[in-house]
Design a protein around this ligand. Structure first.
Ligand SMILES: Cc1cc2nc3c(=O)[nH]c(=O)nc-3n(C[C@H](O)[C@H](O)[C@H](O)COP(=O)(O)OP(=O)(O)OC[C@H]3O[C@@H](n4cnc5c(N)ncnc54)[C@H](O)[C@@H]3O)c2cc1C
Length: 488
């Protein structure tokens, strides 16, 4: 008789788990807290980009939506070895070695993409953002090379279609509120008033980034004040339910992906804009100017490193400031270099012809102190070194107690602009510990029989940052594994 498997959530991890369980012969019921429009969780908010190790074009071509695209003839995809994937993860590990979960992510990445391809998920090369043109050819950097057709929404729709084709059932507006267990084994779930029995339950219901209370409790700091970039649904329900029956919390519980965001964006991400526009609420060009807090002080070295290596920590730094906000200040010299997110139709900013006038317009800021900080900054700028935004140019502010180590140009060209920002949270890194077959482990590392986890719910995959595109791949690798094993 086939196993009854319940999957909690309907994002990428849940759908991969559901498809794999169906493939292995189980009957699968997926329970989703959101209504049909908001189902799919953070997965729908992504650009659908997935990072995986590959040897070259031969690994990629079978995955493509359009294998006859004429650009393919003049494209060099290069390769992305497992070693490079490991190095990229290690770059965000803060000195930690690769975790066992990261090793699984790397080795399972290409097989997971091929498996998705086998279920009708189509991918496209990310020509616009991940390649450059050289001698008439499109040359990819490697790493983040393919994205699902129609971004995160497309990924969700293609996976859902595969799940339903195989006979999976999904119920929307059905939040799972408890786990049923007997003699240490999970035997089903509670969804409101209803008890639903199952042979196995797979939790794939996201992190706790959307719960102010759980961010405060599990992360501390000022994380409760953060804006949420994605779905309002990921409130840590799965983590709380599993912890309630003895599951081990694992990974960096106060770790998350964060970024400076427009102070006036909505409290949660909306799905009304395409993913390419949605990310415009981010504001990560601080390295071209300076950031001031309410006291009129700078509080980070805006030019410490390339923005990829600083924006997550600066998202947190902004939250830690009085009132949990800051202003990013630029002059007209860098106007052309500011990313599209600064000219986005819903970008908030003030503008003035002098720095004195601009400081008066910075709501919530001590204007005199701000003016003094900017004057001191301008005075300290090292004029002998040329500005070069493509390298760590060493154009700095030698005499400032808090230096700007690169890209320090005087703010001296009108009009001056200032953008108000706060910290936004993308997703949390702390979660549950799972065994090699995806079962949730207790504190003594014994498995809770019948309980599996995947996706954002798995701890130990990311620590102080993540190489873009590996969140979705993690969901696919751990989801597929959990689904296959839960069905057996
Ligand atoms: C703005 C944004 C951009 C991103 N861009 C990328 C990117 O380009 N590439 C990348 O790899 N990653 C990206 N990420 C991260 C990525 O979204 C996640 O890593 C991934 O989607 C997580 O998948 P998941 O299935 O674990 O969770 P989700 O996709 O969030 O799914 C969780 C689901 O569980 C449901 N749920 C929650 N509680 C319950 C409950 N009690 N009962 C039933 N259902 C419940 C939720 O409604 C949701 O549908 C981005 C995230 C955001 C917010």
């Amino acid at each position: 008789m086939s196993k009854q498997v319940i999957v909690v959530g309907s994002g990428n991890a849940a759908l991969c788990a559901g498809i794999a369980a169906l493939e292995a012969g189980a009957q699968v019921l997926m329970l989703e807290k959101a209504d049909e429009a908001l189902a799919g969780g953070n997965t729908k908010y992504t650009a659908g980009a997935m990072r995986f190790a590959y040897d070259g074009a031969d690994d990629l071509l079978p995955l493509l939506k359009d294998p006859d695209d004429p650009r393919l003839e003049i494209t060099d995809f290069g390769g992305y070895t497992t070693t490079r994937f490991a190095e990229d993860l290690l770059g965000f590990n803060g000195g930690r070695p690769l975790s066992p979960e990261q090793e699984r992510l790397i080795s399972g990445s290409l097989p997971a993409l091929q498996w998705l391809g086998g279920h009708g998920v189509k991918f496209e090369p990310i020509y616009s953002r991940q390649s450059f043109e050289k001698d008439g050819r499109h040359v990819f950097w490697g790493g983040l090379t393919l994205a699902a057709e129609n971004e995160g929404v497309g990924l969700f729709e293609m996976e859902l279609a595969a799940f339903e084709r195989l006979g999976g059932a999904i119920r929307y507006s059905s939040a799972v509120t408890g786990l049923l267990s007997q003699e240490g084994r999970v035997i089903g779930v509670q969804a409101g008033d209803e008890d639903i029995p199952a042979d196995a339950v797979i939790l794939a219901c996201g992190g706790f980034e959307a719960s102010e209370a759980r961010r405060k409790e599990w992360m501390g700091g000022h994380w409760d004040k953060a804006k949420v970039r994605g779905t309002p649904m990921n409130t840590g329900d799965g983590l709380a339910m599993a912890s309630g029956i003895g599951a081990q919390r694992y990974g960096l519980m106060d770790g998350c992906h964060a970024t400076p965001m427009d102070l006036h964006m909505a409290d949660y991400g909306g799905l009304d804009l395409p993913a390419s526009e949605r990310k415009n609420y981010r504001k990560i060009c601080y390295f071209l100017g300076v950031m001031l807090n309410a006291n009129g002080d700078r509080f980070v070295d805006e030019g410490e490193n390339f923005r990829n290596y600083t924006y997550a920590q600066f998202g947190k730094a902004v939250l830690d400031q009085p009132g949990h906000f800051a202003w990013q200040i630029f002059d007209a010299k860098v106007d052309d270099l500011l990313y599209a997110e600064y000219s986005f139709h819903d970008a908030h900013f003030v503008q003035a012809d002098t720095l004195a006038e601009l400081c008066q317009k910075l709501e919530g800021v001590d204007a005199d102190a701000a003016r003094a900080t900017l004057d001191a900054f301008n005075k300290a700028v090292n004029d002998d070194t040329p500005f070069d935004p493509t390298s760590l140019d060493g154009k700095n502010t030698p005499d400032l107690p808090l230096p700007k180590s690169n890209w320090a140009q005087k703010l001296d060209t009108a009009p001056f602009k200032a953008y108000p920002v706060t910290g936004g949270i993308t997703f949390t890194y702390g979660g549950l510990k799972v065994s090699e077959n995806g079962e949730v482990l207790r504190n003594d590392d014994t498995p809770i029989k019948g309980l599996y986890a995947a996706g954002e719910m798995v701890g130990g995959v990311f620590f102080e940052g993540y190489p873009g595109g590996s969140g979705l791949t993690s969901g696919a690798v751990f989801g597929q594994n959990a689904g296959r094993n839960a069905a057996q």
